[in-house]
Ligand binder design. Structure first.
Ligand SMILES: NC(=O)c1ccc[n+]([C@@H]2O[C@H](COP(=O)([O-])OP(=O)(O)OC[C@H]3O[C@@H](n4cnc5c(N)ncnc54)[C@H](O)[C@@H]3O)[C@@H](O)[C@H]2O)c1
Length: 423
C-alpha cells in the first residue's frame, strides 16, 4: 500500500504539514527521548462523525464532525471546537497536536485534542446551530468527559455553544457534568477571566518580548489580523498600555489609521457588522494589510496567513501569534533571517487553555476565584513558561518556536517513556 494514502501523510501547504516540520526541527534537541518522536507525528485517536439535522425549512442537512485526541500521555485531552466551512480532519489533527505542545509548554496536566464541524454557522438559524451542536456533542460523547477530554470554544464557538454541549453531555450521562467543557457561561460553572484569557496571554507574552527587545509599548504601532475573541482583546490591552492599533483586518475587510483606531467605537461595531463599516479609518485592499508600517504584527485569524511572500514584506519587529499556525516553515525562516522575533502560537495564545484549566479546577472543587486572582495566576504561569523557553532558546541558539517545542516535547515524551507502552 502506498505511504501517500496514509491519513498521517500531509497534503501540500497544510497545517498538519507545518506541524510535522516543526517536530522535525526539534528532534535534534530531544536527546535519547528522540526514540519516541514518532509518537508526536501520530494522533492517538481520531473520530469522524456524521451530524444530521432537520433544517428550519424541513429539509435534512448533513455536516461532517471531527474530534481528534492527539496525545493523552500527560492527562485528559484538552482543546477547542471550531465551526467553519473549511474544517478538515487534517486541520483538526494539526490543531490537536498544537494543543499537546501548548499544554505541555505551560505545564498544565493535559494532553492535546481538538474538534470541529465543517459548517458555516453564519448560514444557520439559532435553532439549527443548537441542533448541530447537540447532535455533534452526542456523537463525540463516547470519547469526551471531565476526565477524558474537555472541549472549549474556538473559531465561531462561544459560551452559549459550550452551555449546549454541557447540557447535552449531562443529559446523556444522567447528571450535571460542568467539568466536561470549559468556556461556559459564568452561572453554569464558567470562570471569570476566561473570555479575555487568550487575548490577555498574547498581551502578557508580547509585553515581555517587547521589554527584552527594548521596544517601548507606549506609542508602538500594532497591526491585528482577525478581530474576534483573541485579536480584539489583545488590541484593547495593548491600547491600554499606550500602543496605537494602526491596522485591523477581519473577514469583512481591512481598516487603517496611522494615528491609531478608536477601539471603543470599533470593537462593538466589529461584533455586529465587522470592521469594514468603521468610519474612523480608511478602508484599504486586504493585501495592503501586510505592508502597513508597524512595530508589532498580531495574526489572530486562521492558519497559514503569514505566507513566505508576506513575511518578506512585513515591517514589524515582533510577531505575536494569537492564531494557531499562522506562520509556515518557509515564512518562519524568512522572519528569522530578517531578525524579526516570533512569539509562537504554542506559548503566545496559551492563556485561553490556562484559564480553562482554572475553570476545570474550580468546577471540581465548586469553589470559585475572583478575577484578580485568576489574572495574577495567568500572568505568573505565562511569564514563567516564557522565561524558561527564552533561556532554552538562548542556550541552544534556536528560535522561540523550536525552544517551545523542545521544552514541551521533552515533557510529553518523558511522560510517554515513564508510562511505557501498553500492553
Ligand atoms: N478563543 C480562544 O480561546 C483561542 C485560544 C487559542 C487560540 N485561538 C486561535 O485564535 C484564532 C482566532 O480565534 P478566535 O477565538 O478569536 O475566533 P473568532 O471567531 O472570535 O474570531 C476570528 C476572527 O478572524 C476573522 N477572520 C476569519 N477569516 C478571516 C480571513 N480570511 N481574513 C481575515 N480575518 C479573518 C473573523 O472575522 C474574526 O474577526 C484561531 O486561530 C484560534 O484557533 C483561540
Amino acid at each position: 500500500m502506498s505511504a501517500d494514502l496514509s491519513y498521517v501523510q500531509p497534503t501540500a501547504d497544510s497545517p498538519w504539514g507545518t506541524y510535522l516540520s516543526q517536530v522535525d526541527r526539534v528532534v535534534p534537541y530531544l536527546g535519547e527521548l528522540a526514540r519516541w518522536a514518532e509518537t508526536l507525528k501520530r494522533p492517538k485517536r481520531a473520530l469522524i462523525v456524521d451530524v444530521p439535522i432537520e433544517m428550519d425549512d424541513g429539509s435534512i442537512a448533513h455536516f461532517e464532525g471531527f474530534r481528534v485526541q492527539h496525545s493523552l500521555s500527560r492527562g485528559p485531552g484538552k482543546g477547542g471546537v471550531r465551526f467553519h466551512p473549511d474544517v478538515t480532519l487534517e486541520e483538526v489533527m494539526a490543531l490537536s497536536a498544537w494543543m499537546t505542545v501548548k499544554t505541555a509548554a505551560v505545564n498544565l496536566p493535559y494532553g492535546g485534542a481538538k474538534g470541529g464541524i465543517r459548517v458555516d454557522p453564519k448560514r444557520l438559524s439559532q435553532k439549527e446551530l443548537e441542533k448541530v451542536t447537540r447532535r455533534y456533542t452526542s456523537e463525540i460523547g463516547i470519547i469526551i468527559g471531565p476526565q477524558q477530554d474537555i472541549p472549549a470554544p474556538d473559531v465561531n464557538t462561544n459560551a452559549q455553544v459550550m452551555a449546549w454541549m454541557m447540557d447535552t453531555y449531562s443529559m446523556n450521562v444522567g447528571g450535571t457534568a460542568t467539568g466536561v467543557v470549559t468556556g461556559k457561561p459564568l452561572h453554569l460553572g464558567g470562570s471569570l477571566g476566561r473570555v479575555k484569557a487568550t487575548g490577555r496571554g498574547v498581551f502578557v507574552t508580547g509585553r515581555e518580548a517587547a521589554r527584552r527587545l527594548g521596544l517601548n509599548l507606549r506609542g508602538a504601532r500594532i497591526a491585528v489580523q482577525g478581530f474576534g475573541n483573541v485579536g480584539s482583546v489583545a488590541a484593547e490591552l495593548f491600547a491600554e498600555a499606550g500602543a496605537k492599533i494602526v491596522a485591523v483586518q477581519d473577514h469583512t475587510g481591512t481598516v487603517v489609521n496611522p494615528n491609531g483606531l478608536d477601539l471603543k467605537a470599533l470593537v462593538p461595531l466589529s461584533r455586529t457588522e465587522g470592521v469594514v463599516g468603521f468610519r474612523g479609518g480608511d478602508v484599504v485592499a486586504n493585501e495592503s494589510f501586510w505592508d502597513v508600517p508597524c512595530d508589532i504584527l498580531i495574526p489572530a485569524a486562521l492558519e497559514g496567513q503569514l505566507s513566505a511572500e508576506r513575511a518578506k514584506r512585513t515591517q514589524a519587529k515582533l510577531v505575536l501569534e494569537g492564531a494557531n499556525g499562522p506562520t509556515g516553515p518557509a515564512a518562519d525562516d524568512i522572519l528569522a533571517d530578517r531578525g524579526i522575533l516570533v512569539v509562537p502560537d504554542v506559548i503566545c495564545n496559551a492563556g485561553g487553555v490556562t484559564v480553562s484549566y482554572f475553570e476545570w479546577v474550580q468546577d471540581f472543587s465548586s469553589f470559585f476565584w475572583d478575577e484578580d486572582e485568576i489574572n495574577q495566576r495567568l500572568d505568573r504561569i505565562m511569564m514563567n513558561a516564557l522565561n524558561h523557553i527564552w533561556d532554552t532558546a538562548d542556550r541552544h541558539r534556536i528560535t522561540l518556536r523550536t525552544a517551545t517545542f523542545a521544552v514541551a516535547c521533552e515533557r510529553i515524551l518523558m511522560a510517554r517513556q515513564e508510562r511505557g507502552l501498553y500492553p
